[in-house]
Design a protein around this ligand. Structure first.
Ligand code: SF4
Length: 380
């Protein structure tokens, strides 16, 4: 039985017609699920009882169990959502003064083994389904009480595919979930509010612009093939020359820029010469370079660049006319920062956690559905 959150609105309309329900029920059902945040058919009180039963018999409305919810001292929240088959998926909420970003995963684990990345050490278990991707946003919005209606400011204003996995190795499910996020009658996230970050799966990059029009971020992390191959094995398959060509073919929306993620590794990629080579490489592409201080994890093979070197690198980029920012490290104390996501249950006690005192579900009675919270493997 397909999950209610796996349907696009058009697919849902076709399914309801097949079940003998009137087409206008699509709008009501879509509103319950994607605007009010309710998937329990029993609670949908503007639908006749008989039709609610039909829905319950024909759609899954499974909700993952929250096996951990960690609050960092800077407001970042990390969740582990246990899916139906027991696999755990991580999502991270990063609140800022004027917006809130939810970082979501596209795979359980990852095949790509980038050497600076904690997730890359665990291998790939499987791709996430469409509903498992949508569920991360749905669950996070429920947990932080973010179902205020379509026209009100929302706590989760931006969605980024920067969690576990390479989104373009799960392209169909990632693209369908983006269509669901962007549906104007549902969650209504604009294309500017969604970012897909890839390590450089060259053949699929143009489709992000052509089929979705969302923001593109590329993990580049080096300005020459030799260094990039050392730290990102995918460079053996798609090298920097091919990557730059595919980005040039990407249909960029007006006024937007490609974001280039660049992790600062001590003595590896952080010299002023590297900065100069990067600017040369990106010549002619509307770009913004995001310098990411490396967050070491137990056993990581690299050290973070010094603040002095990061500053020198940043200033060199600026002098050469490149727009650059140094990303503020968030959620460090719960290993929620970039490249640190890892869902291995056994590792949970190795970091200092600050668990919420209230573990029941936020929101109105109607929203208190079947969300289960099982904080396990950590001190409460
Ligand atoms: S950085 Fe991204 S693509 Fe590379 S191993 Fe980690 S999760 Fe995979």
């Amino acid at each position: 039985m397909r999950h209610i959150l796996s349907y696009t609105r058009q697919e849902l309309k076709a399914k309801l017609t097949e079940l003998g329900l009137k087409p206008f029920r699509t709008k009501q059902l879509w509103d319950w699920v994607h605007v009010r945040g309710v998937v329990d058919f029993d609670l949908m009180d503007n639908l006749p009882k008989r039709e609610r039963l039909i829905l319950a018999e024909n759609f899954s409305s499974f909700l993952p169990t929250i096996t951990a919810e960690q609050h960092a001292s800077d407001g970042v929240i990390k969740w582990l959502f246990k899916m139906e088959d027991g696999h755990e998926v991580e999502s991270v909420f990063i609140p800022e003064a004027t917006r809130g970003t939810l970082c979501i995963s596209s795979q359980v684990g990852c095949t790509l083994t980038c050497r600076f990345c904690h997730t890359g050490t665990q291998g790939l278990s499987r791709n996430l389904s469409t509903e498992e991707i949508v569920l991360q946003v749905w669950m996070a919005r429920s947990r932080i009480d973010d179902w205020q209606g379509r026209d009100k400011p929302r706590k989760i204003s931006n969605i980024v595919f920067m969690g576990m996995g390479e989104p373009l190795y799960n392209k169909d499910n990632v693209f369908t979930s983006c269509h669901i996020f962007m549906d104007e009658h549902g969650m209504g996230y604009g294309s500017r509010k969604i970012t897909i970050s890839t390590s450089g799966v060259v053949p699929e990059i143009p489709a992000i612009g052509e089929e979705l029009g969302v923001n593109l971020a590329i993990s580049i992390h080096a300005s020459n093939n030799e260094t990039r191959t050392k730290i990102m094995p995918i460079n053996n398959k798609y090298d920097l020359g091919q990557l730059i060509e595919s980005v040039k073919a990407f249909r960029l929306k007006e006024t937007r820029k490609i974001t280039w993620e660049y992790i600062m590794l001590d003595g590896i990629n952080d010299s002023e010469e590297d900065a100069k080579a990067l600017v040369k490489l990106l010549d002619g592409i509307p770009s913004m370079v995001n310098l990411i201080p490396f967050n070491p994890w137990p056993g990581s093979p690299y050290k973070p660049s010094t603040t002095e070197n990061i500053t020198k690198f940043y200033k060199k980029l600026q002098r050469l006319g490149m727009i650059a920012v140094i990303r503020k490290t968030r959620g460090e104390d719960i290993l929620a920062a970039c490249g640190q996501l890892r869902s291995e249950t056994s590792k949970r006690n190795t970091v200092s956690l600050e668990f919420p005192t209230v573990v029941d579900v936020y929101g109105t009675e109607a929203q208190k559905q079947r969300i289960k919270v099982e904080i396990t493997g950590a001190e409460a």
